[in-house]
Design a protein around this ligand. Structure first.
Ligand code: NI
Length: 144
């Protein structure tokens, strides 16, 4: 069994602000991340899959297929966007990197079998670096 990780990048802006809290509570909770005009990040996303080596190709997966999937589901919809205003999931949820990782994982999990119809490879986890010091990781089996 092998694990393969492919790295993707996108830039997006967000504001941490919970609709269920007052402006003052939001300021206390999120500090400068609650700035009304938002701020941007250059996100780095690692997508990891696992599987046995394909006998014919000697590979776990076709990277081109993964690239198309991640472009359609993640980079296309998120790159140069305002996450709060332009991504439906963040109309309800605060676009923290934890919630962003969960949303990316959810999207890839949902469309995975269309791109990879066989038993293998399987999506294993998503890791997102908001900054070089802030890194968030979620495994596919940890979400619905
Ligand atoms: Ni931020």
């Amino acid at each position: 069994m092998f694990r393969v990780t492919r790295q993707y990048r996108f830039a997006a802006s967000h504001r941490l602000h919970s609709a269920g809290l007052s402006d003052e509570e939001n300021r206390l909770l999120y500090g400068k991340c609650n700035n009304p005009y938002g701020h941007g990040h250059n996100y780095v996303v690692d997508v990891s899959a696992q599987g046995p080596l394909d006998e014919r190709s000697g590979r776990v997966l076709d990277i081109r297929v993964l690239d198309r999937l991640v472009e359609q589901q993640v980079v296309g919809p998120f790159d140069h966007r305002n996450l709060n205003a332009e991504v439906e999931a963040f109309e309800r949820e605060v676009p923290t990197s934890e919630n962003l990782a969960t949303e990316i994982c959810r999207r890839l999990k949902k469309s995975w079998s269309t791109a990879f119809p066989g038993e293998w490879p399987r999506l294993e986890k998503i890791r997102i670096a908001e900054t070089p010091r802030n890194i968030f990781e979620i495994r596919t089996d940890e979400i619905e």
